[in-house]
Ligand binder design. Structure first.
Ligand SMILES: Cc1cc2nc3c(=O)[nH]c(=O)nc-3n(C[C@H](O)[C@H](O)[C@H](O)COP(=O)(O)OP(=O)(O)OC[C@H]3O[C@@H](n4cnc5c(N)ncnc54)[C@H](O)[C@@H]3O)c2cc1C
Ligand code: SF4
Length: 1010
């Protein structure tokens, strides 16, 4: 027997997390504020949402930095007017405001102790686009990728191309003065912000744009806060002109401090928008921005240069820069080697690299025509050949090839941040910049410092602009680790000064570099920055403690010396992480789960745009709950249930999150404990045991169908089991798949099923071992024709099929948190399937979620010898499409197909995608003569097992499906079929569109040549 309960687990509280945060005097004042009065005023006066509950505050306590500060409350404004009113109310109550977009900041500037103001949910509109003049007015919560998707038809884009484009907002980019890989061509955000409409600290509004001459004098003379800001910025910049010239680093990438350098030339117009850019929300709140747009490049090419040693790659950068590249990105072996951790990524790595390089330098060039790029690439290659540097290169001219290079870069970088255990690769000296010609020597010294502190780090750099992203590995849960963190930060600050560089090249100062602002700029400019801050924000309303007057470097840490990670007993085996607590801690806040345009993660976020319904929100809530931060009830709290409730357990996060956070499993684990405390509801028991219920219903199928599909039956189902009455449950069959299959086996005829029927390569030598077809619940009791179709296709491929007496895969029990039952199912299935698996037989699944249950969950639910046996079974389990595709590719057998539909739309089941099994499905379908295969990339269907059946999930289930899948199904025309391996996906399509989607086996069986 195992002992489980993560419910009553008493985490050793991290005393630091319970003590008042060491922020600033405003924080101290905040503690005396009557939160209730503030909340009441906000609720009365603004149209947006106001949240002061512990879970909401926990959700906004972190960004992508090493810090954590719990806010007093959260405001989600609906309008710019809400932002104005929030400032007025906060000021009245003496509370600070920290604005927030995607919360992807790495320096702690997106968190604060007062109000968090989240613009991403409602203030995300593109207000106006002027194609002819190439500008747009946008609200601050617009996500960069969404803006650029809207601009693409006009051949335009917002230029700064940051890595977090899928979830970072324009407001956050403005406040951080963000920039990306192509900044050598496009500069930083500041170069593309034309005008800003802002709320000032006294709750007045201002429109900052370039003004000069009499207009400027008039603006500066105004007896308003805006007037005072104009006066202070002009006077301070003029007074400090020489010091600015002396102390501002002469590099393309400097975002630290305030941009006083842009105001020193008295001949230039003054645009206060330019000082708001990069001010990290400390000077004003942006309510809308007029931004410059650039044309999309007509042609581009990439030269991937492999160097034996990193320093040679950096030494080559000045040479490369002479060829006007649009990007020069470098990554070292440490990062490239992380690609080996995933089979798919390793294949990608090997398809791009020719050697085992010490570093890869990716040079991109833009041109007006593809033909223009060839001579430029030739010239660069000539220079490399005569440079004396040891390197090899390869051109990538096709867009798809280039996408593969950038994809390797993104994925390897993501994986390099995914370290299991307490020592993590941390973001704190990750953003320094020096002149590119100094980069080689600088990195050499940088790495010496890292090594000198007894640790390591991978190197990734925007070499074109000398901006270096290095994340040293440090354990912040020990006093030694925290001391190392501070020592490295100090040493690197000294090094940057010595090289005349900038401590922050793109990520900002926040709290991690703010403590060094005075060191970097000197006391005179530090004083000037303080004057600017005081002029804009005399009462310290806006995001205090960032850039200047920051708390000590090691205050407000997310972890900290002595932090003990909770390690509760669990059902699933988390030993590879060192326990559930550490598995949850894998989320470092990168926020990829807030993307909305592609992929599957995270369907509930895509539908709701709520942090709490994102993977990050869920991981953070669980982490804080387990650490005892969310009150007495802990994991048994209804608020936590609410956070996990909309998780569809699609497992997209396991595959798409760069650090592989697996919320679906956390949810099962949580539910198991929750039911223990609150009792397991009948609806959960019924859904979990759908296999048993189906086995009871099937023999009386006509009656069971009449009852379950009638209006009265559906009403009863809704009352008893919470199944929405609008849903019609799938009909049962009286003669199950097993029964029909057995009948066929008994019927006279060739035995085993005619191996050469429709087979292409059915020579006796190519005969494959028999396979076990897994008769899942839906195939067996509801859709036997799919099982028979699969058997036909396998027979046509000369494969002998048999069934074994196994039970339910366990997926419904896992998904409903009935983990004792799931474990029993895992054990029973292991016993039933082990011998076949050990003999080398493959176990073929038709339903991806059943496959993932047996292949991935069952071994994790068992321990010891049972676990080892379950792993043997797991190793034999394959998806039907995967099996046939591999067999076909190996030339062992493939069904001989005749032409069928002209277009086959493929909708991948989430678990199928999470296991990387959509590609074989597409490859298999591509064997249908003259068919065009279209991957819908529609994300999740919204049904996800029984999720969409639940009354309380009906609307969100529909909203998720309506993103892409359901409209695509409705738009189908003659000659097109929709194929989906998942029962729930097909059911969702049928329910909302009336379209009958097919299992791949059904389509293939219909096309077998007789
Ligand atoms: C993995 C990773 C990669 C990254 N890559 C890059 C990169 O390539 N280039 C780059 O420049 N950065 C990068 N960043 C940093 C970060 O993603 C960017 O700075 C991004 O622009 C922040 O946008 P956001 O919407 O998440 O802002 P948030 O983090 O939510 O906020 C950023 C700042 O903006 C302020 N703010 C937000 N909205 C407003 C508003 N309406 N008015 C006033 N202030 C406001 C906040 O208070 C905060 O100080 C990366 C971060 C991560 C985690
Ligand atoms: S399992 Fe799916 S729905 Fe749940 S958090 Fe992960 S991505 Fe979101």
């Amino acid at each position: 027997m195992y002992e489980f309960s993560i419910l009553n687990f008493a985490a050793t509280p991290n005393s630091q997390l319970h003590e008042p945060h060491h922020v600033d005097e405003r924080r101290i004042r905040s503690q005396f504020v009557t939160a209730a009065a503030l909340q009441r005023d906000l609720e009365r006066e603004i149209a947006g949402e106001v949240r002061f509950d512990p879970v909401s505050r926990a959700l906004y306590a972190t960004d992508a930095s090493v810090y954590q500060i719990e806010p007093l409350g959260v405001v989600v404004p609906r309008t710019a007017q809400d932002m104005v009113k929030t400032v007025a109310i906060a000021r009245r109550h003496g509370v600070s405001i920290t604005a927030r977009g995607g919360g992807t900041s790495q320096a702690g500037q997106a968190i604060g102790a007062g109000l968090q103001l989240d613009t991403s949910k409602y203030l995300n509109h593109i207000l106006e686009v002027n194609v002819a003049e190439r500008w747009a007015w946008v609200e601050p919560g617009v996500v960069l990728d969404e803006l650029n998707a809207a601009l693409r038809p006009h051949g335009l884009r917002f230029a700064p191309d940051i890595s977090t484009a899928s979830r970072a907002t324009i407001g956050g980019m403005i406040a951080n003065n963000s920039s990306g890989a192509r900044s050598v061509l496009y500069g930083k955000t500041i170069d593309h912000v034309l005008e800003l409409k802002v709320v000032l600290a006294d709750a007045t509004t201002a429109h900052f744009r370039p003004i000069a001459g009499a207009d400027l004098d008039a603006a500066s003379a105004e007896d308003t806060l805006a007037g005072a800001c104009h006066r202070t910025v002009r006077e301070t910049a003029a007074r400090c002109r020489e010091e600015i010239d002396r102390r501002f680093p002469k590099v393309l990438r400097r975002v630290g401090g305030y941009n006083l350098d842009l105001f020193v030339d008295p001949a230039k117009p003054v645009n206060l928008a330019k000082i708001v850019v990069g001010s990290e929300g400390t000077l004003a709140l942006v309510t809308s921005a007029k931004v410059n747009l650039v044309p999309l490049p007509a042609a581009r090419a990439v030269l991937a240069i492999e160097f034996a040693v990193l320093l040679d790659a950096l030494a080559a950068t000045p040479l490369v820069l002479r060829h006007q590249p649009s990007a020069v990105e470098v990554m070292d072996r440490f990062i490239l080697d992380h690609a080996r951790e995933s089979a798919a990524l390793d294949a990608l790595r090997r398809s791009i690299l020719r050697t085992e390089p010490g570093a890869l330098l990716c040079v991109e060039m833009y041109g007006d025509r593809a033909a223009d790029l060839t001579p430029r690439l030739d010239a660069l290659e000539r220079d490399l050949a005569t440079s004396g540097l040891r390197c090899q290169w390869r051109r990538f001219v096709e867009p798809a090839e280039q996408a593969r290079v950038w994809s390797l870069r993104e994925s390897a970088l993501g994986l390099s941040m995914a370290m299991k255990g307490d020592a993590k690769s941390l973001s704190f000296v990750e953003d320094t910049a020096v002149a590119p010609e100094k980069l080689r020597d600088y990195i050499e010294r940088f790495l010496q410092i890292i090594r000198g502190h007894g640790t390591s780090a991978g190197v990734y750099a925007h070499a074109s602009v000398g901006c270096l992203h290095v994340r040293p590995v440090v354990n912040m849960k020990t006093a030694e680790g925290v001391a190392k963190f501070a020592a490295i930060a100090n040493d690197i600050a000294d090094l940057v000064l010595e090289f005349g560089g900038a401590l922050s090249g793109e990520h900002g100062d926040g709290m991690v570099r703010g403590p060094f602002t005075e060191k970097m700029f000197g006391s005179v400019l530090y004083g000037a920055f303080r004057e600017v801050k005081r002029a804009f924000d005399p009462d310290g309303v806006f995001n205090p403690g960032k850039i200047i007057d920051t708390p000590p470097l090691t205050a407000n840490l997310r972890y900290g010396a002595g932090y003990r990670t909770p390690d509760p007993p669990t059902f699933f085996d988390y030993s590879d992480h060192g326990g559930l607590g550490r598995a949850v801690e894998m989320c470092s806040g990168l926020g990829v789960c807030r993307k909305t345009l592609d992929g599957t993660m995270c369907p509930s976020y895509m539908a709701t745009r709520e942090e709490k319904h994102s993977t990050r929100g869920r991981a953070n809530t669980l982490r804080l709950t387990m650490a005892g931060r969310l009150g007495e009830a802990g994991l048994g709290d209804a608020g936590i249930h609410d956070v996990l409730d909309l998780c569809l357990e699609c497992r997209a996060c396991k595959a798409e999150c760069p650090v592989g956070v697996d919320v679906a499993r956390f949810k099962s684990e949580f539910l198991a404990g929750y039911w223990r405390r609150h009792g397991t509801p009948l609806s959960a028991r019924a859904m979990a045991h759908i296999h048993t219920l189906s086995s009871w219903a099937s023999p009386i199928a006509p009656l069971a169908n009449l009852v379950s599909q009638s209006g009265v039956g559906r009403w009863i189902n809704e009352q008893l089991l919470g199944i929405d009455r609008r849903r019609t449950p799938p009909a049962f069959v009286r003669k199950t798949f097993r029964a029909q299959f057995a009948e066929r086996q008994r019927a006279p005829g060739p035995e085993p099923p005619a191996p050469t029927r429709g087979a292409r390569s059915a020579s006796p030598q190519s005969q494959l071992p028999p396979v076990v077809l897994f008769a899942d619940t839906f195939t067996n009791f509801n859709h036997p024709h799919i099982g028979l179709a699969a058997a036909d296709v396998l027979a046509a491929a000369s494969v002998h099929v048999r069934l074994l007496p196994h039970g339910c895969c366990g997926r419904p029990m896992i998904s409903k948190g009935l983990l004792d039952a799931a474990r029993a199912a895992a054990s029973a299935n292991t016993n039933a399937l082990h011998d076949a698996a050990a003999r080398g037989e493959r176990i073929v699944f038709l339903e991806p979620s059943c496959l993932s249950a047996v292949r991935e969950d069952a071994p994790a639910l068992l321990r010891g010898d049972a676990q080892r046996r379950a792993r043997t079974v797991a190793g034999a389990c394959v998806l039907f499409e995967e099996y046939l595709d591999h067999a076909s590719q190996a030339g062992q057998a493939s069904p001989d197909l005749r032409p069928g539909p002209a277009r086959v739309l493929v909708h991948g089941h989430c678990h199928q995608k999470a296991m990387g099994l959509l590609s074989p499905a597409k490859a298999l379908l591509a064997r249908i003569p003259s068919a065009t295969i279209v991957d819908l990339d529609a994300g999740c269907c919204g049904m996800a097992g029984s999720f969409g059946y639940a009354r309380e999930h009906y609307d969100v289930s529909r909203a998720i499906g309506e993103r892409k899948l359901l409209p695509a199904a409705r738009a189908m025309t003659e000659g097109t079929v929709l194929v989906a391996a998942g029962t729930s996906c097909r059911e969702q399509v049928r329910h909302f569109t009336g379209v009958r989607a097919l299992h791949p086996a059904e389509l293939l069986a219909a096309l077998i040549r007789n």
